[in-house]
Design a protein around this ligand. Structure first.
Ligand code: GDG
Length: 724
């Protein structure tokens, strides 16, 4: 196991400083438990804020530093003001409500983005200072979304992972953030970005496509020089800990006590940080409706609501607390009796034994957040029900619902629906309760928090799967050495996506001076032929490469121009193009209905580019267009070929394979061939190559080629190495 550097806002300890001493207690939260294993077993470091505002006076500061070092902890010190701006104002004031879709909680006034950026930089600096080659870095959560990008700048080769504990919202919500691009860039500094659920991953992927102008696949995205993998890692709880605690005498006694106090009433339970995302008011209103609609229940039900104090210095949380407490007062006032009140409300945190005793005593657990990244309370309840009894009412807006399908699933915004769910829970027969709980318990036990942490660290440290693996350094060197021996040597180069990254529009992808110089240098190499084999039109290639002494092949091998001042000649008999008119009409119609799509007419083919269209629409329209085209092309001499965000109709047989055939028919034919390409059309070239040729696919995706380079920059490095 590599050494793991965990980076999170809070540390897994609580620090208390008095005049006499500094004391630490282990934090008991799920994150702390889950990661403690990885931290300790890997001999790693945990980098975070120690929980007390700096500056501490000097002797204490040194003492704190020493004690933390002994525990493998690197403190990131924050002043009270920094904490307020970075943590309260920006992280909890802006990101938290936005990512939970609660737009009315967004502040109107200025935001502390600058401080957020500055503190993220401080976390990145502290991490980079502790980093040793071979370490794996795991950054956590919404307070530190810029850290991966900042680390990447300083440590280009480090393995960096990021996990988001809260939802990633739909791209249409995320785009509200004025700093959305910076945040995406920050996250994409990681090698692996993890989420609790697949829908968060999808939202992120759409945001990367629509707002960062990239072209992600479902499970990741290729940047110019590397791949960022996206993954789903639903966080679990320490199921064994809860199982054991749930069977301890202390808990059994405490839970028996709770049950006897309830005197036969059905116990409903809510346990949440007092946060407006947790859906407490609607839950209370639904409970109120339950009592109002059925007076016979007044003496038969009790709701225990534990509300753990949270973010008490943030103004919206203070107001929220007032609202909740008023509501509880109203309900208790209306439905209480001289001997009992329907809602037992605790504004305090409770000890773990008390918490598990509550879980064991509760007949119905109400987990009804408006949005929740995962919600561990739901899983803890399940893990604690070793008796396989109890009903979980679970919001469909909690990430946990993906795994806990057997819960009574509710729309937490729908108060009537919530009341109905409470009634369903009250009436559910024992056999059904058992069956549901057993299924959930199996899942919660199997994918616990330790598995979750190992799964993430494993995915982060694992070698990239072969499909994505680029040529290792040794193989590169050997291939280049072999090519150097072969003379004459033919170099076949595709252009877009191979020598230059794919640009937004075809016109934006012209060659830069460095590339032109590199190709010129190749032509000066003894006994070397350079063939530029592109889907581009003749005049484009002329204007870009006319001055170089290379062979040009335009429109995927339809036109050929020898080295030096020679004319373009058709390499194939150009067939009748009666299909062109109908094709153009169809493509133009579709372009009108697809904002961003454009039609490119070449001499022998027509292409429909949709790179600039909205991603979903572009793809859908391309599918439709394909169907319409195949219908219209029946019996013609043309075929449809798909490239990267382009559909092209061309004469049958006009393929890059023709270029290879032409090359092989020459006398003498070259002793060595090396061919580079990234697109579907290049596969035809690879297929036609003799077995001793070197074929190199550029970028992600499946290919016939035996070799792979990651991106155009790597192709340039390869070619430069061939020269020297
Ligand atoms: C964020 C995301 C995601 C609560 N009260 C007491 C107490 N707790 C413990 C629970 C549980 C934890 O606090 C709360 O975790 P949640 O997952 O429910 O919610 P958030 O704090 O909002 O956490 C969330 C999580 O990160 C992990 O990724 O699931 O969606 O919002 O472990 O047991 N513990 C004790 N006394 C209490 O009174 N001892």
């Amino acid at each position: 196991m590599p050494r793991v550097l965990i980076v999170s806002n809070r540390l897994p300890i609580t620090t208390e400083v008095t005049d006499e001493a500094i004391t630490f207690t282990n934090a008991s939260g799920g994150l702390a438990t889950g990661l403690r294993g990885a931290h300790e077993r890997s001999g790693g470091l945990w980098i975070g804020w120690p929980g007390i505002p700096s500056p501490l006076p000097e002797p204490q500061r040194a003492q704190l530093a020493q004690q933390l070092r002994d525990r493998g902890i690197v403190p990131v010190h924050l002043t009270g003001e920094e904490l307020r701006e970075y943590y309260e104002d920006f992280s909890n004031g802006v990101v938290w409500p936005l990512f939970h879709y609660l737009l009315d909680r967004l502040p109107l006034g200025p935001t502390a983005w600058e401080t957020y950026r500055r503190i993220n930089q401080r976390f990145a600096d502290e991490t980079a200072a502790s980093y040793q080659p071979g370490d794996v870095i795991w950054v956590h959560d919404y307070q530190l979304m810029l850290v991966p990008g900042m680390l990447r700048q300083r440590l280009p080769d480090a393995r960096i992972g990021f996990f988001l504990h809260i939802p990633f919202p739909a791209a249409e919500i995320f785009r509200i953030l004025p700093w959305r691009r910076e945040i995406l860039q920050g996250l994409l500094g990681a090698d692996l970005v993890g989420f609790h659920t697949y829908s968060y991953l999808q939202h992120f992927s759409v945001a990367v496509g629509e707002l960062a102008g990239m072209d992600p696949e479902d499970d990741g995205v290729w940047l110019d020089e590397r791949r960022v993998q996206f993954g789903v890692f639903p966080m679990g709880v320490d199921a064994e800990y809860f199982r054991q605690l749930a069977t301890s005498t202390a808990v059994l006694d405490a839970s028996a006590e709770l049950i006897s106090q309830a005197a036969g009433r059905t116990i409903f339970l809510g346990v949440d940080r007092l946060d407006y995302t947790k859906g407490i008011p609607r839950r209370l209103m639904a409970f109120e409706a339950l009592l109002r609609d059925d007076p016979s229940l007044h003496d038969r039900v009790r709701l225990v609501q534990v509300a753990v104090p949270s973010r008490e210095t943030v103004a919206s949380y203070q107001d929220f607390r007032k609202d909740v407490e008023e509501l509880i007062g109203r309900i208790n006032g209306a439905y209480g009796t001289l001997s009992a009140v329907p809602i037992h409300y605790l504004y305090q945190s409770v000890a773990p034994e008390q918490l598990v005793a509550l879980y064991r005593a509760a007949d119905v657990m109400l987990v009804t957040p408006l949005r929740d990244g995962m919600n561990l309370v739901a899983k803890e309840y399940v893990a604690s029900r070793v008796d396989d009894d109890g009903v979980l009412v679970l919001s469909e807006f909690a990430g946990a619902v993906d795994e806990l399908r057997e819960a009574v699933v509710v729309n937490a915004y729908d108060v009537d629906g919530l009341t109905a769910a409470m009634r369903q829970a009250l009436e559910m027969p024992l056999a059904e309760r058992r069956e549901r709980m057993r299924a959930m318990r199996r899942r919660v036990a199997a994918y616990d928090v330790h598995r979750w942490a190992n799964h993430f660290v494993g995915a982060l440290s694992e070698e990239t799967p072969s499909e994505r693996r680029a040529m290792p350094e040794v193989m590169l060197r050997a291939t280049i050495a072999r090519l150097r021996e072969l003379s004459p040597l033919a170099i076949l180069l595709d252009y877009d996506g191979t020598l230059v990254p794919i640009a937004r529009t075809p016109a934006e992808a012209g060659p830069d001076a460095e590339l032109l110089e590199l190709i010129a240098a190749l032509t000066r190499r003894p006994d070397t032929m350079v063939l530029l084999v592109s889907g581009r039109a003749r005049d484009t290639l002329d204007s870009w490469f006319g001055q170089l002494s290379i062979e040009l092949w335009a429109e995927h091998g339809v036109w050929h121009k020898r080295t030096g001042p020679s004319p373009w000649i058709p390499a194939l008999p150009v067939p009748g193009c009666e299909w062109m008119e109908a094709t153009r009409t169809l493509m133009e119609e579709f372009a009108l209905a697809t904002p961003g799509a454009v039609v490119e007419t070449k001499s022998s083919s027509i292409a429909w580019h949709y790179r600039l269209a909205g991603r979903g629409l572009g793809r859908a329209q391309a599918r439709e267009l394909r169907v319409a085209l195949s219908r219209s092309l029946v019996g013609s001499e043309a075929e449809i070929i798909e490239g990267k965000k382009v559909l092209e109709v061309r004469p049958r047989g006009a393929t890059k394979a023709a270029v290879v055939q032409n090359l092989l028919s020459r006398d003498p034919s070259p002793a060595g061939i090396v061919a580079f390409g990234d697109d579907r059309t290049d596969e035809e070239m690879f297929a036609a190559l003799p077995s001793n040729a070197v074929d190199i696919h550029v970028g992600p995706g499946a290919s016939l080629a035996k070799h792979r380079l990651r991106h155009p920059a790597a192709v340039r490095t390869f070619l430069t190495a061939l020269l020297n």
